[in-house]
Design a protein around this ligand. Sequence first.
Ligand code: GLP
Length: 241
Amino acid sequence: MDIKIFDHQQDLDTYAAELFVRLVNEKPEAVLGLATGSTPIGIYDKIIELHRQQDVSFQAVTTFNLDEYVGVSPDNEQSYAYYMQKNLFSHIDIPAGNTHLPDGMAENIDAECARYEEQLQAQPVDMQLLGLGHNGHIGFNEPDVHLSGGTHAVKLSKETREANARFFASLEEVPRYAVTMGVGSILKAKTVVLAVRGADKAKIVKDALTGPITTEVPASLLQTHANVVVLLDREAGRMLD
Ligand code: GLP
């Protein structure tokens, strides 16, 4: 793993944004795997800035998001579809038809998972952006005794619902289920970029990067991937040697 620790958040955001922009300039039809949460926002801001400076065009790019809540429609501001429009897609020149998120409103969620996984297999991800949950989850792959490989529906853990409650009016409103790419889908990306900030993630960063590879820490499976770039701020990296 290539681990980089940054003193300033802005430098982390710029470094990550430039990885994606460089890829798109080298391969205009690149397939990008995208993430939500608070960590990617600064990275998306920097990508938008580079796009405005005419350093990059996304016209031929395809994107796949990691996950989406079940039962939350794209026009609801809590949905990840809404988040992506607000924080990235509406500010760049990507055609709407090239952006993909699981449909959390699908009547048949299992069929939706199969459809999404099929699309992913047809268009393998070149570079996947990932954040890290406090319990070691990636996407919404929660710690468990076994993990699913492909896109699937998950019941969110109490810890994840509590962590995400800050985006909702109350804990009660946080959805109980989500659709997520599986760890197998994530590991198929040619390059994985894991970005983590904050002292509250220092312990899980250490466990994920240097601890045993275990389904109880889903991010630890990234240790099996040949091409992972880990971008940490000082606080998130403080427990690493
Ligand atoms: C959510 C998302 C994850 C994300 C995690 C951490 O649970 N499903 O993909 O990595 O939150 O988010 P944050 O960056 O806000 O800590």
